[in-house]
Design a protein around this ligand. Structure first.
Ligand code: F6P
Length: 472
């Protein structure tokens, strides 16, 4: 069996001896448990003189290879180009992009450095699977070193239409470099079609809606592979967690109040500020709910040294303070705003206890919180998911969720009331429709589908064997 070399910026190294349990971490670990391979990426450390060779570690049957970054690499590649240029542009926020040639050259330099390290460990029949926008040009650098291996790329975040992508200076060296992969996977058909149009405009041969394009002497396959979750794990953890001390304390602190839950990394793409405005409007319009509802917003911070994130931090904290000051009283706090992160097990139990799951990103590749919220519900007494029409997950969950436009504050406020007052029968019917999808398209199915498709793409030789239905 060929080895699988997984490459991503963050490597989910075990913390305190326990493996991490994020969506990508669970999927990659499962894929690497079933076949030999290595998971390569950034160690999360910044050091004065990063070693030219990665550090190899082994845990729970999985091999890791990690490398440090220098302060300049971290600044230009991670904080600069990846998160102040690519992140906003791929989330349709050209207005927030802060481009500099220095950051672009840092991004390309770090990708070349990653490629050099991967190159040293690569054997001719290894399969390479690269994740996310930090490493779009990686295959190009590996090909330049002569590697003919099968290489796949999966983008976890959205891909906007060419009109937006072309606003990225030197986009051909970054987004355009994806054609050096054999298979490029996206979260939704919409993202895939946007990339197909981008390729067509760059002169690639291939029809709109098609799944393969020929460009620069290479053939690249495109596919949509919506990321799933470990539904069985969330279901079990939610059931078990209900009896823990942690949950007894949370429930006691809520009293009779119904809980609304929001869980998002502190990021402008998540629509947290608008969500707070909607909650305030809901309180203003529904006096009978005052004192009877508690909105818990769990928001771990990352990228805190980036100015747009600092500004958001200030804005959200201010809004929370304002709402609690204006509407709360001595015995009731309308919002509990928490900046720490919780384990998947704890989150599952919290989701199950929440009458409403509030997921209102302005733009999101998929949004796994939406799926995890559904998987954690009590089938006899499920809560209601309010979901933004701009989350990738809406394609699969629209039959059961209350779908909202996060730009319309009144609409979100109204959905909050509707969710809190929804009769049990309707809640059950909606839950069943969503749970069917969440369970059938789980994380293991996602990893297998992507790797099967990659296995079948023999682009280097210009042959395409057994194209599967997803390539239609
Ligand atoms: O899901 C998108 C993503 O950028 C991942 O690639 C990343 O690991 C995660 O969000 C968290 O962001 P960061 O690694 O910048 O803290």
């Amino acid at each position: 069996m060929s080895r699988l070399i997984v490459v991503s910026n963050r490597v989910a190294l075990p913390t305190d001896g326990k493996p991490q349990a994020g969506g990508l971490a669970v999927a990659v670990r499962a894929a690497l448990k079933n076949r030999p391979g290595v998971w390569y990426g950034w160690s999360g450390r910044v050091s004065d003189q990063p070693d030219s060779r990665p550090e190899f570690l082994e845990h729970g049957g999985v091999q890791y290879a990690v490398t440090d970054l220098s302060a300049a690499d971290f600044q230009e590649y991670y904080s600069g180009f990846a998160n102040r240029v690519l992140w906003p542009i791929l989330h349709y926020r050209v207005d927030l992009a802060e481009f500099s040639r220095l950051d672009l050259s840092g991004y390309l330099r770090v990708n070349e450095w990653f490629a050099a390290q991967v190159s040293d460990m690569l054997q001719p029949d290894d399969v390479v699977w690269v994740h996310d926008y930090h490493m779009m040009p990686l295959a190009r650098f590996l090909r330049r070193r002569g590697h003919q291996n099968r290489m796949g790329f999966f983008l976890h975040i959205p891909l906007p239409p060419p009109e937006i992508l072309q606003a990225l200076p030197h986009h051909a060296e970054v987004v355009g470099a994806l054609v050096d992969f054999d298979l490029v996977g996206f979260q939704t058909p919409n993202d895939r079609d946007n990339f197909a149009r981008y390729l067509q405009e760059a002169g690639a041969a291939g029809r709109a809606g098609a799944a393969r394009f020929d460009i620069g002497g290479r053939r690249v396959h495109l596919g949509a592979f919506p990321v799933g979750i470990d539904a069985a794990f969330m279901k079990k953890a939610a059931r078990r967690g209900a009896a823990t001390r942690f949950m007894r304390e949370l429930k006691a602190s809520l009293g009779d109040a119904a809980m609304i839950i929001g869980v998002d990394r502190l990021d402008y793409s998540k629509g947290i500020a608008g969500r707070l405005d909607a909650y305030e409007q809901f309180l203003a319009e529904n006096a009978r709910w005052r004192g009877r509802v508690s909105y818990v917003q769990i928001t771990p911070k990352s990228r805190s040294d980036i100015p747009e994130y600092m500004e958001m931090d200030r804005q959200v904290s201010e809004k929370v303070g304002h709402i609690n000051g204006a509407w709360g009283d001595v015995s009731w706090t309308p919002i509990r705003y928490i900046n720490q992160s919780y384990s998947r097990t704890a989150l599952a139990a919290i989701y199950r206890c929440a009458r409403v799951g509030l997921v209102t990103p302005l733009r999101d590749g998929m949004n796994l919180v939406a799926k995890e919220y559904v998987a954690s519900q009590d089938p006899e007494d499920p809560g209601v998911l309010i979901l933004s029409r701009f989350a990738g997950a809406v394609r699969e969950l629209r039959e059961g969720a209350l779908v909202v436009n996060p730009h319309e504050i009144e609409g979100v406020a109204q959905a909050i009331r509707q969710a809190l007052e929804m009769p049990l029968e309707e809640r059950r019917a909606r839950y069943l429709r969503m749970m069917r999808v969440v369970e059938s398209q789980d994380i293991a199915a996602w990893a297998n589908e992507f790797l099967d498709a990659l296995e079948m793409s023999q682009a280097r030789r210009g042959l395409v064997a057994n194209l599967r239905t997803m390539f239609m």
